[in-house]
Design a protein around this ligand. Structure first.
Ligand SMILES: [Fe+2]
Length: 462
């Protein structure tokens, strides 16, 4: 196969995933329906968008981060998209770091071993967006009103290492509670940045071996770290290659006091978890809800040639579960909430770390690519669910919950998401979170396509 055609077979560069090549801004967008006047704030979604066409083997995680944003105020909407200008993107081809199909290397003065794209997740902290990366990279601060990159964020030089995607903001204290992990050493770290940007806590946690977690849980008093059985082989660690496998070992969750202290580890039947729904405390118990992976049931798809294994691994299929960990007795138990398949769960972020009744997930078209054909709203207490289907041939993004201005109830607000169809049309949909099975209240026409991507966030009132 000629090398210059290899990416013709890469499913994450075509169709819904095809990158866009313009950074634009537009206001007074056309709307079908009506934007609620009590919707005020911004919805932002991160995702990979290679700035230059990849020439070698290209992984979905390798694409340069691009943020698409839409702001709502007084029944009107404006849109912009901008690259996250990481050190590697700014190096303009001169970075020593490559993508994750290549052996990892080092970059002087940095603790990353692969090209750091900051393409995975966003948190809104201290008035700014922070773009975060899956493989724990350098956070990048982004202006939440323009999406212009401000700087690679070190918090005044105090951040000792990196910061993983899915670090979380405590809505009551405004603290950013983060985790970091090493690819080749048996260590993980957790810490906190105050509401005004000062590093206030940092601690190291020892592990039985190097681990590849994806998310963490946050409660009022604890961080829940994940020791999961998807790991690098010893050969991969020796040769610094991205070769993961499922090890025959239990899943462990480590409950660490946020103010510092030894983790209390709880062992559960083996499983992998990408995304936590939410976590909280109930008496002596720390409770974590998350989407537990189940085998996806697909055969590697020969259409994708050398990318068949990547597409197979990335076909997320999971069910909602709850884990209870008793801090007094050390006993844990696992409960299944429902058997429907869903992923990319979000909650009302004003209740991160506090007990939530509702969560919102995406559901997939029945194919190996990640095509989000609808949303589920869960009642996490009963497992009851309601479904929102996007129009035929239209696929969504991870939504964010936007509280209605003046809301006092948990689900009094809107779900906002970007959609795209295969003809290149995109919209932002505003859905009533209390009546998710009804059609969108507003479909805002976007001036360009939003390629399929990763995680979204809502920032109220900006
Ligand atoms: Fe994620």
């Amino acid at each position: 196969m000629p090398q210059d055609n290899i990416n013709d077979l890469n499913p994450y560069l075509h169709g819904l995933y095809r990158p866009v090549d313009r950074e634009i801004a537009a206001d007074r967008l056309d709307v079908v329906g009506e934007i609620p006047r009590d919707l005020h704030g911004g919805y932002f979604r991160n995702g990979p968008n290679p700035a230059a066409p990849p020439t070698g083997m290209h992984h979905w995680f390798d694409g340069d981060g691009m943020i698409h944003g839409i702001w709502f105020e007084n029944g009107e909407a404006r849109y912009a998209n901008r690259y996250v200008r990481t050190e590697d993107l700014n190096a303009n081809g001169a970075s020593p770091l490559g993508g994750i199909f290549e052996p990892s290397t080092d970059a002087p003065g940095r603790k990353v071993h692969y090209r750091d794209t900051a393409n995975t997740d966003l948190v809104f902290h201290n008035g700014k967006l922070l773009a975060l990366w899956y493989i724990s990279g350098q956070p990048v601060a982004v202006d939440a009103t323009t999406l212009e990159t401000i700087r690679t964020e070190t918090f005044g030089g105090a951040l000792p290492g990196n910061m993983s995607a899915h670090s979380k903001v405590d809505p009551e204290t405004g603290e950013l509670v983060f985790f970091d992990y090493a690819l080749y050493e048996p260590k993980m770290w957790t810490g906190a940045i105050s509401a005004d940007g000062e590093l206030t806590h940092f601690q190291e946690v020892d592990l039985p071996g190097p681990r590849l977690p994806h998310d963490m849980g946050l409660t009022e008093n604890y961080v829940i770290l994940h020791d999961l059985p998807v790991i690098f082989s010893e050969q991969a660690i020796r040769n610094r290659l991205w070769q993961i496998h499922v090890a025959d070992q239990p899943t462990r969750f480590g409950v660490v006091p946020r103010k510092g202290g030894a983790p209390k580890w709880f062992e559960f039947p083996t499983c992998y978890v990408y995304h936590v729904i939410n976590a909280w405390e109930e008496g002596d118990e720390v409770v974590m809800t998350a989407c537990k992976m189940v085998p996806n049931g697909f055969d590697p798809d020969a259409r994708y040639g050398p990318y068949a294994a990547m597409a197979d691994v990335l076909a997320l299929r999971a069910q909602p579960f709850r884990w209870r960990m008793n801090m007094k007795t050390g006993q844990g138990c696992e409960e299944q909430i429902d058997d429907a398949l869903s992923e990319f769960p979000v909650v009302n972020c004003d209740l991160t770390g506090r007990k939530t009744q509702y969560s919102y997930h995406v559901v997939f078209d029945d194919c190996i690519e990640q095509r989000f054909s609808g949303l589920l709203k869960y009642d996490l207490e009963t497992g009851a669910r309601r479904r929102h289907d996007f129009p035929n041939g239209v696929f969504g993004s991870e939504p964010a919950f936007a509280p209605r201005v003046g809301a006092t109830e948990e689900d009094d607000g809107y779900l906002v998401t970007f959609t795209a169809d295969l003809s290149g049309n995109s919209e932002a949909h505003v859905i009533d979170a209390r009546n998710v099975d009804r059609p969108a209240l507003a479909r805002v026409k976007l001036p360009q396509r939003t390629p399929a991507g990763f995680h979204g966030v809502w920032a109220q009132g900006i």
